[in-house]
Design a protein around this ligand. Structure first.
Ligand code: SAH
Ligand code: SF4
Length: 359
């Protein structure tokens, strides 16, 4: 089918999405222009900033793709102190980021969950309740999620990684800790607890097909999430998936597919928040800006203290390792402008979809 008639459709099947994910040249240009148009006319061209704080690389899990997996003995483990986390939060507050993301390895022990609760209360206090807080700390039970919500977190990111259960099993150890259904259940718990709920997938995993990615898009639409962060899979030599590096798409192809995924998702879900992820930037220095040009509306500058940034390596060639938070903020605001968007400072930048969903 011609791209014009495809884009005029109001609902899309797997085949339609496969066509959109693989289109090239003029058709690609039309696709990208359309997703940008949809964003601009639905939620506008404002981009929201989330200061990303990578609080710790200590993780109980062993995902086969991740550089900070439990079994990687070469990863130098760290956990930021309360003071370091609160300083990062104050920085974000001072520079009017509007909100922060606390991300880290998964831990479920009481000392950890209580510490996070206390930190949330302190961050709220130091910012006079103005700083929005997103968490990305893996799977947790309902009680913990509720306590963190009550302490001040209002958004949560938990990627499904892939909506294909068989592929999920291939990229995780086969044990109870790495269960597709538990992860999915946890995404539903987030929705039940009243979080603005974010999920997402990796793009270009070994054995992943374009049909899988088209299904991922339909999955995201179907579970009705408020926010999505998705980006290219990037291999790390100290992980089991490194073995499959010869089967992968080239980084450039993964970047292009990542942009197509963002574009298609914006068309499917016009009013959600979509992040221009760091993994895009790892392939192309302007990867994030390219995503903003075609429909993403969230950017997450890294404000982790520089001393620990190098230890939080989910994948190799992580960008921004030597750039202080102040420096990268200025540079980012400038390049967002160049992508035809405006940085909206000092606001939470909530997902408009969430409020419609809750009504
Ligand atoms: N531990 C939490 C949050 C930190 S990991 C969790 O897993 O939910 C955050 C995300 O990083 C993961 O969801 C995964 O999608 C992404 N990630 C991990 N390893 C990656 C890799 N090698 N390439 C690209 N993304 C990766
Ligand atoms: Fe841990 Fe998250 Fe990495 Fe899995 S992806 S090993 S849960 S940090």
């Amino acid at each position: 089918m011609e791209i014009d008639s495809l884009l005029k459709q109001t609902s899309f099947c797997n085949n339609d999405l496969v066509s959109l994910l693989t289109c090239t040249n003029q058709a690609e240009e039309q696709l990208f222009a359309y997703s940008k148009y949809i964003r601009d006319t639905t939620i506008g061209n404002s981009v929201h900033m989330r200061g990303l704080v990578e609080i710790s690389n200590i993780c109980i899990k062993d995902c086969l793709y991740c550089g900070i997996r439990r079994s990687n003995n070469h990863a130098q483990r760290y956990s930021l102190t309360d003071e370091e986390i609160l300083n990062a939060a104050s920085f974000a507050h001072r520079y009017q980021y509007g909100s922060i993301v606390l991300q880290g390895g998964e831990r479920k022990d009481k000392a950890f969950t209580e510490r996070i609760e206390q930190l949330l209360l302190k961050i709220k206090k130091l910012s006079n309740n103005t700083l929005g807080i997103t968490l990305s700390l893996g799977e947790q039970n309902k009680e913990t999620l509720q306590r963190w919500k009550d302490a001040g977190a209002h958004r949560y990111l938990l990627r499904i990684e892939t909506s294909n259960e068989k592929l999920y099993q291939k990229i995780h150890p086969k044990d109870e800790l790495h269960n597709f259904h538990t992860r999915l259940e946890c995404i539903h718990l987030l929705q039940e607890c009243g979080y603005q709920t974010g999920t997402g997938v990796m793009i270009g995993l070994p054995d992943q097909t374009i049909e899988d990615l088209a299904n991922d898009l339909l999955f995201l639409k179907n579970i009705d999430v408020d926010m999505v962060g998705m980006g290219p899979y990037l291999e790390h030599h100290e992980t089991p998936l490194w073995e499959k590096r010869n089967q992968l798409l080239t980084p450039k192809q993964r970047l292009q597919l990542g942009l197509h995924m963002v574009s298609c998702l914006r068309i499917l879900m016009p009013d959600i928040n979509i992040a221009a992820t760091t993994a895009l930037q790892a392939i192309d220095p302007y990867g994030r800006e390219k995503a903003l040009e075609i429909g993403a509306n969230v950017i997450m500058p890294n404000i982790t203290p520089l001393t620990n940034r190098a230890n939080y390596q989910l994948y190799e060639n992580k960008p921004g390792m030597d750039e202080g938070a102040e420096e990268s903020t200025q540079r980012l605001i400038e390049s967002v402008r160049k992508s035809g968007c405006q940085v909206q400072l000092a606001s939470w930048g909530d997902s408009q979809h969430f409020f419609k969903r809750s009504n």
